[in-house]
Design a protein around this ligand. Structure first.
Ligand code: KG4
Ligand code: ZN
Length: 342
């Protein structure tokens, strides 16, 4: 059968996105970020986010259709993030998708945002189930065994902050631009990771759970004691702090991955694979740490291209196609679920 053409919508956090995906081809993927709207507030403001999503969704959809060179009548399925996330934003997307579905009679599929991230490696790499997924973003950090498009087994996750959130807070502490991950990574490249020794939380405990909030406190202390000693931070200090901080996150993620792999490999998968997704998967040092751990057990390592790692609607469209193929159909009663574990 001809592959389905799916329109995807995403508005669960601070990116408004629409995309058209046909089979494994991304025909278009439009993302309007809101970073500048929230910059002055030191974090995403839910009301501002919801308003911006409501304003931008229509034009985002129009642009995605135009770039894909298709009309609404060419769309077989409309997929929308229906949770988890900020309720106002998720509602904006769900309302928009329902309106389009009702007006055109096109089937509607509600998608879990996390499933969108977790299924991305099947869009880009044809990955077979079961694979091990490390989802690391600004809001999430968990190890999942993906058994099917609607079947994920959680092995562990963060008990406090997500790494992306930690990177963002670190950047704020050091006066670097948001989003913090790319800023800290750029600084870390110039820095010496051995100068400051940051803690590796929870490594002494069994299992795959992680913690990042103590790391943030350790960074704050190191910064303040340097500032007290010298009256301020040099560029060298900032680079070294970033390098040490990033190395701690890299090491914790690598060690917990080593443990998650033990559980996963016990399933004797035919082609063992670790896939990463989420914005933090863009970090090259972290990727390097994960690659090294995979090499130890002959596990394949795959990471989607950066534009599909961070929030986007192509992953929602693709996940929607997978769920539609399994028979999922939603209607105008589809509701927004701000909390929705996989
Ligand atoms: O997946 P995503 O776009 O949104 C969420 O669902 O959270 O991830 C955004 C997060 C931000 O916290 C950002 O700082 C982080 O991903 N990030 C990075 C890098 N690029 C983005 N963290 C570390 N290194 C990077 N290069
Ligand atoms: Zn996300």
């Amino acid at each position: 059968p001809a592959p389905l053409t799916v329109l995807g919508l995403e508005s669960s956090c601070d990116d408004t996105a629409a995309a058209v995906v046909r089979g494994q081809t991304v025909l278009s993927s439009v993302v309007f970020g809101q970073t500048d709207l929230h910059q002055a507030f030191g974090g995403v403001v839910p009301e501002i986010a919801a308003r911006a999503h409501a304003e931008k969704l229509d034009i985002c959809v129009e642009r995605a259709l135009a770039e894909a060179d298709v009309g609404l009548s060419d769309i077989d399925v409309i997929a929308v993030t229906s949770g988890p996330g900020l309720i106002g934003g998720v509602l904006s997307g769900v309302m928009c998708a329902k309106g389009l579905s009702a007006a055109t009679g096109t089937p509607l599929v509600g998608v879990n945002h996390l499933a969108g991230h977790a299924l991305t490696p099947r869009l880009t790499d044809d990955l077979r189930f079961p694979y091990l997924m490390l989802l690391v973003s600004g809001g999430h950090c968990q190890f999942l065994i993906a058994h099917g498009p609607d079947r994920f087994e959680r092995l562990g996750g963060t008990i406090d902050d997500a790494p992306g959130e930690a990177f963002d807070k670190a950047a704020r502490m050091l006066g670097l631009a948001q989003p913090g991950g790319p800023s800290v990574e750029a600084q870390a490249k110039q820095g010496n990771e051995a100068r400051f020794k940051f803690p590796r939380p929870l490594l002494d405990r069994p299992g795959c759970d992680l913690s990042f909030s103590g790391l943030k406190t350790a960074l704050l202390r190191a910064r303040d004691s340097l500032a007290a000693e010298q009256g301020g931070l040099t560029r060298r200090d900032v680079a070294d702090l970033c390098a040490g901080f990033q190395a701690a996150i890299r090491d914790v993620l690598a060690e917990k991955t080593r443990r998650a792999l033990v559980d996963y490999l016990a399933l004797a998968p035919a082609a063992p694979t670790l896939a990463v997704a989420g914005g933090v998967a863009a970090n090259m040092a972290i990727r390097g740490g994960l690659q090294a751990v995979c090499d130890e057990s002959g596990t394949n390592f795959t990471a989607p291209p950066l534009r599909l790692c961070t929030d986007n609607a192509a992953m929602i469209a693709f996940a929607g196609a997978e769920l539609y193929a399994l028979g999922q159909r939603d209607d105008l009663t589809l509701s927004a679920r701000p909390r929705w574990p996989l």
